[in-house]
Design a protein around this ligand. Sequence first.
Ligand code: AQP
Length: 328
Amino acid sequence: MDHILSGIKPTGQLTLGNYIGAIKNFARVQNEGEAFLFIADLHALTLPIEPADLNKNSRDIAAYYLAAGLDPKKATIFLQSDVPAHSELAIILQNYLYMGELSRMTQFKDKSSKMKEEAIGLGLFAYPVLMAADIVIYDSKRIPVGEDQTQHVELARDLVKRFNNRYGDVLVMPKAEVAKVGKRIMSLSDPTKKMSKSDPKGDIYLSDDINVMRKKIMSAVTDMEAHVHYDPEKQPGISNLMTIMSALTDKSFEDIEKEFEGKGYGDFKRAVADCVVAEMEPYKAHYEEIVKSGLVDKVLEDGAAKASVIANATLARVQKAVGLYNKK
Ligand code: AQP
């Protein structure tokens, strides 16, 4: 069975973008291979975050995973920081990625451009090294991610090639998998920007009340074209709403265009809001049940124990390959 790895970093409240681009797919992939679905809490430290928020966000993500149907009997669900082998492996792998390539990463450029140079942490710069360790440590072949993360997976592939050229067939080659629809949900207030949990403008949060979600969709930025047509260049706002509808209902863009031919944006937005509510209402209720059940801590504990077995074996293999002494 192929190993599949993905995760979310607990930097803030989860958005509809995280749900469509990541969580919704996780429930599917757990049936397609050995899935390792984690919470990248060490990655969340790469930007300033309150300890209490990091703690709460981490448990919240686990609850949202379970609410989406992730089954701990099928998928291994854990916190990155509960498996120390990730960090140990990153220390070794950092020697096989170069400053030039790390400084070309779009996420690093975006995030660091808003900071003074003397305040940019090394962790933000080295983020893709730890992410490469997260990936290779489970011999992962399939990496389901949103579009923004594909560049980091490409870098992990470069690293695997480089490492294996030097030491033989030690690491498994990963490959990013990006959904056709929903790989990049955009902000509702600025549809040229990604909906992002650390940039709250135009986000729909999974924690939003259903009526708030509805209101946000009804006031999403559109355009003057006045027809429902998929054209991300000319009509980014409408195209984004079409993407949300398509991702949640499996309707094609053509079907949506036909359905709303001759109708105004008000009707279309109401229909998009209905789709979001239909998906989110039961999902949020399930999330509340999971939180009340107190299941999360046990799932994370068991997940970390299971993940550690594979992670420690890969770490030992790499340590031995590079010549660290006395490794079994
Ligand atoms: N807007 C989005 N559309 C589709 N997919 C998205 N993802 C994130 N935003 C969207 C996917 O969610 C997964 C988890 O992302 P992450 O937490 O590791 O970090 P990110 O990609 O940087 O997501 P955010 O929400 O923008 O986080 P912050 O604001 O902390 O940087 C990934 O698969 C991602 O592609």
